[in-house]
Design a binder for this molecule. Structure first.
Ligand code: SF4
Ligand code: SF4
Length: 332
């Protein structure tokens, strides 16, 4: 079975969940990336040409001006490859928006990205950086040859600039995702392991480790299919589903915007082309949501959502914690 939208749509039995107030605007600045990782859920790579234009970036800024949202989460591809990345960061920080950069680390020493680490430092941008293991062979297996050494060099530089250091306001969080078709280990336990190993082996410090479950879509989904593991992975996710995780799935407080400005309940739905629904509307542009909060709007939950609700739960900021909000959910 090919894990694309048609197969995911046919078997869903997850409940209906509605949105809380909007807290985070996640913006995908384009699918181009200097890497081509085997688990990538957006099929990013050097050949992708989709890139958010400046006019759409200005619509993002207009939305932020009209909204109480105070957090902007920039992703891609490698978001830094967008020629207007620094413009968006600069203007958002001037508006006192907290900016998160989802950084693959190797981008920091790519030709053409000179001064990027210093720019992020100067603008107090939070960095969430992928590092699926503290061992070279595992990182290079998932992310490509040479990625581990370049990532370690980048982390050392960020530490030198003050990122991840005690007492510093420069936040450096790392992201772990499993190397294959299994659920992540306990986040707290793995965080301590990372802290010890990265500290002892390389003298690297960081703030938090986020564990993220691999989504059974796109590149990872195809890998599961080609190994005959798609159904067993879906069964693993389904069996580990915890109803309480639905309280705090990230799509309750986040929207995701694609490179053309269209809006989705999350980055995974964006990768599947499952637009946010608003009333009768099946496709909504960010420019149409100015001043809107979306509270109470139903979320498009389908079978891939078990990737968020299995076990400890999973989101773009790691495991799910019990939501401070206890808004009852509509269940089917
Ligand atoms: S997982 Fe991240 S770094 Fe890897 S190809 Fe996808 S966008 Fe690029
Ligand atoms: S994949 Fe996760 S974040 Fe996205 S809609 Fe499903 S539960 Fe929500």
């Amino acid at each position: 079975m090919i894990p694309e939208l048609s197969s995911i749509l046919c078997a869903t039995d997850v409940p209906i969940v509605v949105r809380l107030s909007l807290e985070v605007l996640q913006v995908n600045l384009g699918y181009r990336c200097n890497q081509q990782c085997i688990h990538c859920h957006v099929n990013a790579g050097p050949e992708r040409e989709e890139m958010m234009e400046k006019s759409t970036i200005n619509q993002v800024i207009d939305f932020l001006r009209s909204s109480p949202v105070k957090k902007l989460d920039l992703t891609g591809g490698a978001p830094e490859l967008n020629p207007n990345f620094r413009y968006l960061v600069r203007v958002s920080r001037e508006m006192n928006i907290h900016v998160i950069n989802r950084c693959n680390l190797t981008i920091l020493d790519e030709p053409g990205q000179e001064g990027l680490s210093e720019f992020l430092t100067q603008h107090r941008v939070e960095i969430i950086a992928s590092l699926p293991c503290y061992l070279r062979e595992n990182v290079d297996f998932q992310r490509g040859n040479g990625v581990f050494d370049r990532s370690i060099r980048a982390l050392k530089k960020l530490n030198q600039l003050g990122y991840g250091q005690k007492g510093s306001d420069l936040t450096l969080n790392l992201v772990y995702n499993p190397l294959d078709a299994f659920l992540p280990p306990l986040q707290k336990v793995l965080e301590e392991e990372y802290r010890r190993e990265l500290g002892q082996r390389h003298g690297i410090v960081f703030n938090c480790l986020y564990t993220i479950t691999n989504m059974p879509i796109h590149r990872f989904g195809h890998r599961l299919t080609s190994h005959g593991e798609y159904q067993s992975y879906m069964n693993l996710l389904r069996k580990a589903h915890l109803e309480t995780n639905l309280q705090s799935i990230m799509c309750r407080t986040l929207i995701s915007v694609d490179w053309q400005g269209f809006v989705f309940d999350c980055d995974f739905n964006q990768a599947l082309g499952l637009s946010l629904r608003l009333g009768e509307r099946s496709r909504v542009h960010l420019s149409e949501l100015k001043g809107m909060d979306l509270k109470g709007n139903p979320i498009q939950l389908l079978d891939h959502c078990y990737g968020c609700t299995a076990g400890q739960g999973s989101s773009c900021t790691g495991v799910l914690r019990e939501s401070p909000h206890h808004t009852p959910m509509a269940m089917t």
